[in-house]
Ligand binder design. Sequence first.
Ligand code: SF4
Ligand code: FES
Length: 252
Amino acid sequence: MKINLKVWRQKNNNTAGKLVEYHLDNVSEDMSFLEMFDVLNDSLTRKGEDPVTFDHDCREGICGTCSMYINGRPHGPQTGATTCQLHMRSFNDGDTIVVEPWRARAFPVIKDLMVDRLAFDRIIQAGGYVSVNTGSAPDANEILIPRSIADEAMDAAACIGCGACVAACKNASAMLFVSAKVSQLAILPQGQSEHKERAERMVAQMDAEGFGACSFTGACSVECPKSISLDHIARMNREYLGAKLTSDNVQG
Ligand code: SF4
Ligand code: FES
């Protein structure tokens, strides 16, 4: 396949970026999108040019690092898949593909297609954990949990923290990510004792990081590679309201 690429190149967050055109002649339709970028970078390196910086790690849809807008869509045209799971057979011979980094104030560009997503880590550090002693693995197995609840917690835990929900949202809201991380703990007995503080602290950190407000348009869930449900946002709103109404920290 012949592919024309328009790739966002930017030295760092303090300099302006621009789209640069590249042409690849021998792209196999069986290559993943990232392998196609490997081929591009190999040719740039051989020519003595700076290769394109992009995030990746597992290349199996697990780690959530491969963040790119592809033709205006987070992770590209395939539903329920990350960029590393996207193959070139999803495109046509001669296509022009525009590739950009996530665009959100809370995700500043580090270089080219790589953005800084430490804001997500700081939200987890604020409350996305269980700090009380819940015993060892055999103890956990003795707590009876209805199958439907266990399944719901696992669905929430499928979030890989990629940030596509933020990238898809017109307000750059992180509500889908935060709500999945709140839900995965709040609906299990082990996560109950800290559920109020968790919702309050994680939402406060989300706001402090500069993410926008949720207007419930649902673009986040549509573009999420793990199809995280909007139900988690409804649960988090409930958790947060309940926490605010009963918290010792309520002001005035
Ligand atoms: S909710 Fe979905 S899109 Fe958002 S960070 Fe988690 S996996 Fe990525
Ligand atoms: S590289 Fe890990 S999810 Fe894509």
